[in-house]
Design a protein around this ligand. Structure first.
Ligand code: C2E
Ligand code: MG
Ligand code: MG
Length: 735
């Protein structure tokens, strides 16, 4: 008995241990026994059939078929169809079944199909633009996806008159609806519930009344095997309860399956994103401008500290240096001086009258001087009572009114404030030389001015000393000439004189050269040889020449009116050509304005100009020819000329300066050269005027060699216009 119970006990224990293994084994063996079917489906119709985030094919249709298949004892796998349409997919032997079908259609290859019972019935509804009425489907143009060909056939049977337009994609459908190319769109209601979640489709509205229903079935090519399979599936479908079906549909349609794309986010949040961007940009710009402002302010402060003297507001040593360089570079032709100024006994002022009084005087000094400075001048304080000045050389005497009017109030600074202390300033002057404008060594210039100031202070001979007195004279002359020039023009100090040109053979006056003369208010008569180069250097020559040419044209016009046609040579500086790059047109307009012929204004360009800027002068000469002017090369033989030039320069006349061949030395050689020049010019058919002819001997020699036209003191000196008009042009009486 005991043994029997023991056996029973072991049997139970053994059975309990083995039971789970037996269960697993039978399930496993039953799993391998289940046949697997492959179903081809499209995946472009969420929530019916689509691919989820884990790349699984899911949807209402998938769930329903899976349940039906399981009910029928099948395992099922779903594959996305690669064919364009379901009709094509039916012919693919890789699929046991294809879905969704709405009826037993023929495959693309024309084979009959067998279809299952309805897995479900899907309602199809209309979508229009918001505000559009529900169209009467009998005579409407409806848009559908081309993949819904089966659904379209059903629709056509219901509404034979309906016009259906197919589109490949849903955006194409919606675009057509918005552009009124179709009256409405039709699709599966469940799919609409998904599609219309897209934010930019807010302008579309679904009309809830179902248009028609389409069966949702699986199918395959009609074969005995597929019939058997479909019949099994039908059994499975019949086992799906309505509530089970509704639960699946509700599950999918209530999920927020639509995933926002980038463009959806832009559509929904575009305004906010735009505003945020604008705000960020504005903040950034504001920040940048603030930074710039701060930087500017800091730079300004630093500049104030380093470039200006905090006590007086004058430039510091560094600031003065910088300012002087800037002024010299921008005014390279202005005659400047640098002065070094020292208040005598400043220590005594500080000690006796107090530091405050000393500071007041320093401030007053800068204030007073600054009042008299132009923007082209500058004042700096190097240290203590030592001031430096960059000033334009004043016209007139060194201690002119300007200096006096500056210094007198400084001198009387304390006297005007009730003390009897007379302030004395000593200063040294350095006159800038042309090379200073190039080297810009300001420290050297200051050293020279300081040196001169010390000399002035130590010598006790006066308040000031000039470091380089010769340069001072030159600078002052330059200043007297250039500084006074515009006044001279207004006050008629500049006149046009004429030097007749004669035909020595016939004894007649054939023309004249216009030469300017300046009766300077302070300097008396000054020669063109002096002031022309200065005016050229200061870029003032063009002003002078325009004035001269105008006067000459006025005279020619007056003589014309008196029945006396004259032609006059005028001088054209190369600086005029540089100042006006269409000078030929200027002359043409000028002669037109004065109603005279271009042939009456003969234009002299010096030989040197052709060498200095040959291309520009050559072009100008050619243009002058085009306007009908005669061009004369002035001062030929003055040293620059190469005979080669005669080949290139299209001048009509050469003015041979006899002055260059004067002098007893090499007299014979000069004659040989002149003789050959005359011969050469004749062969080249270039006319010749000999100028600077001073003696009968020279005139006879030139005439003998074939040069008839001459200009020179032997015949006439340049003379005022009245004297010139009084001459007998037909008979020059020579001594
Ligand atoms: P240039 O054009 O060669 O003028 C001839 C110069 O030679 C004149 O000097 C004239 O007075 C001088 N001269 C004439 N015959 C004799 C002579 O027999 N012996 C000597 N020793 N000299 C004689 P000027 O008037 O002093 O003019 C000098 C230069 O100044 C001119 O040389 C010309 O290049 C320039 N010039 C004169 N007036 C003007 C003008 O209105 N505009 C321009 N741009 N330059 C002018
Ligand atoms: Mg001349
Ligand atoms: Mg000349």
């Amino acid at each position: 008995m005991n043994n029997f119970f023991k056996k029973i006990y072991f049997f139970i224990i053994f059975s309990l241990i083995l039971t789970p293994f037996c269960v697993i084994k039978s399930t496993a063996s039953s799993g391998t026994l289940k046949p697997t079917i492959t179903v081809g489906v499209p995946t472009d119709r969420c929530p019916m059939l689509y691919v989820d985030d884990s790349d699984n094919i899911v949807g209402i249709g998938i769930d329903l078929l899976r349940i039906a298949a399981e009910n029928a004892g099948y395992d099922v796998t779903f594959e996305e169809i690669e064919e364009k349409t379901l009709k094509d997919a039916l012919d693919n032997p890789a699929y046991d079944l294809v879905m969704p079908l709405g009826s037993a259609i023929k495959s693309a290859a024309g084979q009959d199909t067998v279809i299952s019972e309805d897995l479900m019935v899907t309602p199809f509804t209309i979508v229009t633009s918001v505000g559009d009425p529900l169209p009467d489907l009998t005579h409407s143009k409806i848009g559908m996806l081309s993949s819904l060909a089966g659904g379209a056939e059903t629709l056509k049977t219901l509404y034979p008159e309906i016009e259906i337009v197919f589109f490949k994609t849903m955006p194409d459908c919606i675009d057509a609806l918005r552009k009124d190319r179709v009256n409405a769109l039709i699709h599966n209601t469940y799919v609409w519930s998904y599609i219309l979640q897209k934010p930019s489709y807010k302008d579309l509205i679904i009309h809830p009344s179902t248009v028609y229903t389409v069966e949702f079935q699986v199918g395959a090519i009609d074969t005995p095997e597929s019939r058997a399979l479909i019949s099994g599936i039908n059994q499975g479908i019949s086992m799906i309860s309505d509530s089970q079906r509704q639960a699946i549909i509700l599950d999918y349609t209530s999920r927020k399956l639509y995933k926002y794309t980038f463009y959806d986010y832009i559509y929904v949040y575009g305004y906010i994103i735009f505003s945020a961007c604008i705000i960020i940009i504005l903040i950034t710009l504001h920040f940048i401008s603030q930074q710039r402002l701060i930087k500017k302010e800091q730079e300004h402060k630093i500049r104030q500290l380093t470039e200006y003297d905090s006590l007086t507001g004058a430039f510091s040593a560094a600031g003065f240096n910088k300012k002087v360089i800037e002024l010299l570079q921008t005014n390279p032709t202005t005659p400047y001086i640098i002065t070094y100024n020292n208040i005598k006994n400043f220590k005594f002022i500080n000690n006796q009258l107090g530091r405050q009084a000393g500071d007041d005087l320093l401030r007053f000094f800068v204030e007073r001087v600054s009042e008299h400075l132009t923007p082209k001048e500058a004042i700096g304080r190097l240290d203590a009572d030592h001031f430096v000045l960059l000033a334009i050389i004043p016209e007139g005497s060194i201690l002119d009114n300007r200096v006096q009017s500056i210094l007198t109030p400084i001198k009387n600074f304390f006297i005007n404030r009730g003390s009897d202390y007379d302030v004395q300033v000593s200063y040294g002057i350095y006159v800038l030389t042309p090379s200073d404008y190039e080297t810009l060594e300001i420290d050297h210039m200051l050293d020279y001015a300081r040196f001169a100031e010390r000399k002035a202070r130590e010598s006790n001979s006066g308040d000031y000393e000039v470091y380089n007195i010769d340069q001072w004279e030159k600078g002052k002359l330059l200043s007297d000439v250039c500084g006074h020039f515009s006044t001279a023009l207004k006050q008629n100090e500049i006149q046009v004189w004429y030097q007749p040109q004669v035909n020595y053979k016939t004894g007649k006056i054939v023309g004249a050269e216009a030469l300017c003369r300046w009766n300077h208010g302070a300097l008396g008569w000054i020669s063109p040889g002096l002031f022309i180069p200065m005016l050229e250097q200061a870029n003032l020559i063009y002003e002078l020449d325009k004035y001269v040419w105008d006067k000459v044209c006025q005279d020619i016009h007056r003589w014309d009116k008196q029945g006396d046609k004259k032609s006059i040579s005028i001088n054209l500086s190369r600086f005029d050509i540089e100042a006006n790059n269409n000078i030929a047109k200027y002359f043409s307009d000028l002669t037109k304005r004065h109603n005279i012929s271009p042939l009456q204004l003969r234009i002299e360009i010096t030989e040197g100009a052709y060498v200095a800027n040959s291309q520009l002068i050559l072009e100008t000469t050619e243009r002058l020819h085009e306007y009908g002017f005669i061009v004369e090369m002035d001062d030929f033989g003055s040293g620059y000329s190469s005979l080669n030039m005669l080949k290139e320069v299209p001048v009509n006349v050469i003015k041979l300066d006899y002055g260059f061949f004067r002098g007893e030395l090499h007299k014979d050689k000069s004659k040989i050269i002149i003789n050959h020049i005359i011969k050469m010019l004749r062969s080249l058919q270039i006319d010749l005027i000999a100028e600077g002819v001073e003696t009968k001997e020279q005139a006879d020699f030139l005439l003998d060699k074939g040069c008839d036209i001459m200009q020179g003191f032997y015949f006439f000196k340049p003379m005022p216009v009245n004297d010139f008009e009084a001459l007998d042009f037909n008979n020059i009486s020579l001594k």
